[in-house]
Design a protein around this ligand. Structure first.
Ligand SMILES: Nc1nc2c(ncn2[C@@H]2O[C@H](COP(=O)(O)OP(=O)(O)OP(=O)(O)O)[C@@H](O)[C@H]2O)c(=O)[nH]1
Ligand SMILES: [Mg+2]
Length: 267
């Protein structure tokens, strides 16, 4: 059975586009030749006008009707095309509809036809912030997402659950997870929190290990961040301090994006 497909989303708009087979009975005047367009009226099977359209003959087998885009017009056009014996086919999933970041939309606008280079256009990367108790993980989460999302206190073992927040970094959304501090403990709830961290290390796309000044041993993580930099002597490495400038956060964000292959290395 011949079909028609709406090529534009259902949201109200000035104009909507529907692809139909080039049947002369659909219009009140002759079909345009392939590669040309003409103004016409879409008519129902009894010849009654339904909408004024521009009929664009994309090729020998396809006619695009540019109808008006309000919901009432769309419903009337759908009904008329069904009355002509055409089957309403669902639109193929629009890759634009699932873009997850402002930067992904910008990339798509620049590369409308290109194959997509990575899943991050549609998926929000997850970033686990881990490290010893009292390292400043919750303070980092709060600074990164721009609000007091997690409790901060000088008492080690404050955070137990994974605490999620979203940050926008260079136009990319990141799903950040603060987590329980790592230390020896007999508290069953704190241990349960540390088990969550172990699981999160498995599914997080990037693991950021925040190292306090008294822990200098290099550790394995995607990114090692030297925390409480205001209490450290100057030196190399990726540094962070809640009392520092926003440049530190920018550097950290760039390093995470770099791990994800989203921007070139900051050098
Ligand atoms: N000087 C300094 N203090 C900081 C910094 N970041 C956090 N702190 C302080 O360090 C203490 C612990 O901070 P939190 O952010 O709660 O540390 P945490 O790693 O989440 O701790 P737990 O949840 O217990 O694992 C608080 O008193 C903070 O104010 C920093 O960059 N510099
Ligand atoms: Mg905490």
């Amino acid at each position: 059975m011949a079909t028609f497909v709406w090529k534009t989303p259902a949201a109200p708009a000035a104009i909507a586009v529907v692809a139909v087979p080039p049947r002369p009975a659909l219009l009140d005047r002759a079909l345009p030749a392939p590669g040309t367009a003409r103004f016409a009226r879409l008519v129902d099977p009894a010849g009654r006008p339904v909408d004024e359209v521009v009929a664009d003959r994309v090729d020998a087998d396809t006619l695009h009707l540019m109808t008006h885009g309000g919901p009432g017009v769309r419903a009337a056009v759908t009904a008329a095309l069904e009355a002509h014996g055409l089957l309403h086919a669902p639109a193929p999933t629009d890759p634009w509809a699932t873009l997850a970041h402002p930067a992904a939309v910008a990339w798509r606008l620049d590369h409308p036809e290109a194959p997509e280079p990575h899943a991050w256009l549609h998926r929000i990367p997850t970033v686990l912030i881990t490290g010893p108790a009292n390292a400043g993980k919750s303070s980092l989460l709060n600074a990164w997402c721009g609000r007091q999302r997690a409790l901060v206190s000088p008492i080690p073992g404050t955070t137990r659950d994974l605490v999620a927040a979203t940050a926008l970094v260079g136009g990319w959304r990141l799903r950040l997870f603060d987590s329980a501090g790592l230390r020896a403990t007999d508290d069953p709830l704190e241990r349960a929190g540390q088990d969550l961290v172990a699981q999160a290390r498995g599914w997080a796309d990037v693991v950021v290990r925040l190292v306090p000044p008294d822990e200098e041993t290099p550790v394995t993580a995607d990114l090692v961040v030297l925390g409480k930099a205001d209490l450290r002597p100057p030196g190399p490495g990726l540094r962070w301090s809640v009392h520092g400038s926003t440049t530190l956060l920018d550097d950290l964000g760039r390093a995470v994006l770099n791990r994800l292959g989203l921007v070139p290395s900051a050098g």
